[in-house]
Ligand binder design. Structure first.
Ligand SMILES: [Ca+2]
Ligand SMILES: [Ca+2]
Ligand SMILES: [Ca+2]
Ligand SMILES: [Ca+2]
Length: 608
């Protein structure tokens, strides 16, 4: 039998790599196809996209005259660049100015937190995040104008990039008060800080008595939103049971999404936005806090309307904040959403790459992929991510887990988890700032640092991964090792169609957690029509390990590895450790340095 043996000098941690494998083989015809795909945003399949999720307020300030929003009224004020909660000045113009930065990172789709006009200041904070909408037809003046957004979308489209809106149907800003909880001036009755949830499904069920302050009686647009009859009015959610569906999120007015007027009104609101702006898709907020029946009508109505508007690949994905694929998949099947954010993937990636738990978790995750399958959804439409604006960042989870012994190891863990995201099934979503090694102090506002030079003390005292810079500096560094790593992973994903379409197949997971190779795992992506296969091998442990993978192959070519991701970004030449792949009669044996991965193209034996 034919046997091929080759080795590469692979590097441990901060080492420089000498790449002796065959260079990636670029098929010219395929590269041309891919170029067409990546210019043609309108017809590009969503599985070909690479997302960047950004809070516009925290990204780039392109227009300092709008930093305080409207001249007066509820959408005025809140600019406070020293506060984690304040508006910091970033805006739509600012994103447009940085499209080249995103393009060279490999990004093909931008998802922005909501841009519609908000109630700028509420009892528990400031609307820098955009989730407190009062006007569903107009862009918030802190972020720009409707024309600014059209200009951004045009500029993105000229680069072949898609633009996604973050939409909300669950609630509006906190405008409605309850007589039982609030005084006539809107403040809580003395001694109260919230309105206890009143259950609906009991014999004693009752609602609160809603009222509006005189100067806020007509501030919502469209005007039907000002009528309290369209809201649940049951008080504040305690995030459990029925209150999760019917309760107010810290006072945010929870819409009665079972009311036909609310359903048709929300469909109309978002159809109008599609007609006006021609975005490429929606991310839907707080999906599990709205009745499933709402989504069953809303989602097909939106996708169908977008098609009529000439957006054939319009994509919708929901935020179902749940790590159980059984619960997530309920919304892509019964709920008729094309896709959801894959919180289960995030959970598993964090456990394996940040906490050092068993790679068997990945095997178990992917084994549940059939749950997502129906006529219009499947697991490779899931949106995979490692960090977000609510949970916190990869860099924070790595710090918090406490097992990384050096800064270099922390960087390595972030790179490795990003590789896992780009090489797994699903559509990768990079959280803004992760490519600059941002860490954050925790969740929510602690994970929303500025890309421009920040004035927030609690951000600026953080140490970032892969750089000596802090968030007090402007961080659009295209030489940052994470930026470089993500750019290389994006490039491979774009070049290798099988990474976007291939079927997942488990290739190696140790069956004993204490075995010497227990930290290794391997899976393939396979094109079922051509048999083309890429094999991904990961060593999630900190020391050199080997795995014997049962495969009948003649040839194994390396396409990308940890070291190649780092070679351009670091000049130190230390601790060199060999990685090897050897093809045997019935298997291949792969040895990898600690915290590294390698992608191989495998050629099957003819007699296989
Ligand atoms: Ca601004
Ligand atoms: Ca609700
Ligand atoms: Ca309220
Ligand atoms: Ca801090």
């Amino acid at each position: 039998m034919k046997q091929i043996f080759f080795t590469s000098l692979a590097l441990l941690l901060l080492a420089f790599h000498i790449h002796v494998h065959a260079a990636p083989k670029v098929n010219d015809a395929k590269a041309t196809d891919d170029n067409v795909i990546y210019q043609d945003y309108l017809h590009r399949d969503i599985r070909d996209d690479i997302f960047y999720f950004v809070l516009p307020d925290r990204f780039n300030n392109g227009n300092q005259t709008n930093d305080n929003g409207a001249v007066s009224g509820v959408s005025h004020g809140g600019f406070d660049p020293r506060s984690e909660r304040g508006f910091h000045g970033g805006d739509i113009n600012g994103i447009e100015q940085k499209l080249a930065y995103l393009e060279s990172l490999g990004i093909t789709a931008i998802w922005m937190t909501p841009l519609l006009r908000n109630n700028a200041i509420q009892k528990d904070g400031i609307a820098h995040h955009g989730y407190w909408i009062v006007d569903f037809t107009e862009i918030d003046p802190h972020f720009g104008t409707n024309d600014d957004l059209k200009q951004l979308i045009d500029a993105a489209h000229r680069r072949g990039m898609k633009v996604f809106f973050d939409i909300i149907t669950n609630h509006t800003a906190d405008i409605i008060r309850y007589k039982e909880c609030h005084q006539l001036d809107g403040r809580f009755i003395e001694g109260l800080t919230r309105c206890e949830y009143k259950p609906v499904n009991t014999a004693m069920s009752e609602q609160y008595s809603p009222f509006l302050l005189d100067d806020e009686a007509n501030i919502k647009t469209p005007s039907w939103l000002n009528d309290p009859q369209y809201y649940h009015n049951q008080g504040d959610s305690n995030f459990e049971g029925e209150s999760s569906l019917n309760g107010d999120f810290n006072g945010l007015d929870d819409l009665n999404t079972l009311h036909p007027k609310v359903l048709s009104g929300m469909v109309e609101i978002y159809q109008n936005l599609i007609a006006e702006f021609k975005p490429d898709g929606f991310r839907i907020d707080t999906v599990r806090h709205v009745d499933l029946s709402f989504w069953q009508t809303f989602s097909p109505a939106i996708v169908e309307f977008a098609k009529q508007q000439g957006i054939p690949q319009f994509h919708v994905f929901g935020e179902v904040y749940d790590t159980n694929p059984v619960n997530l998949s309920l919304y892509t099947t019964d709920g008729k959403l094309p896709s959801v954010l894959d919180f289960a993937f995030q959970d598993v990636a964090a456990k394996i790459f940040y906490q050092g738990q068993s790679p068997l978790l990945a095997k178990q995750l992917f084994e549940q992929d059939d749950l997502y399958k129906d006529e219009d959804s499947q697991a490779d439409l899931l949106m995979t991510f490692l960090s977000n604006h609510d949970m916190g960042r990869a860099g924070y989870f790595i710090n918090d887990a406490g097992i990384a012994s050096t800064e270099a190891e922390k960087l390595q863990r972030s790179i490795l988890s990003h590789a896992f995201m780009f090489l797994s099934r699903g559509i990768p979503v990079v959280y803004y700032g992760d490519e600059q090694g941002f860490t954050g102090d925790g969740n929510d506002i602690d994970a929303r640092e500025d890309m421009f030079a920040s004035h927030v003390a609690s951000y600026n005292d953080n140490s970032l991964l892969g750089t000596l810079a802090t968030t007090a500096d402007d961080n659009f560094n295209i030489a940052h090792p994470l930026y470089r790593a993500i750019a290389a992973l994006s490039e491979l994903r774009k070049t290798e169609r099988v990474l976007r379409r291939g079927e997942y197949q488990a290739r190696f997971y140790a069956d004993k957690e204490n075995a010497s190779h227990a930290a290794m795992f391997a899976f393939s992506r396979i094109d079922s029509s051509t048999g083309e296969e890429l094999l991904m091998v990961f060593n999630t442990g900190t020391s050199l390990a080997s795995a014997t993978i049962p495969m009948l192959v003649t040839e194994v070519d390396s396409l990308l590895n940890t070291q190649a991701l780092k070679e351009a970004a670091t000049s130190s030449k230390t601790a060199i450790s060999p990685s090897q792949v050897r093809v045997n009669e019935h298997d291949i044996k792969v040895s990898l340095a600690g915290l590294s991965f390698e992608v191989y193209r495998v050629t099957h034996r003819n007699d296989y």
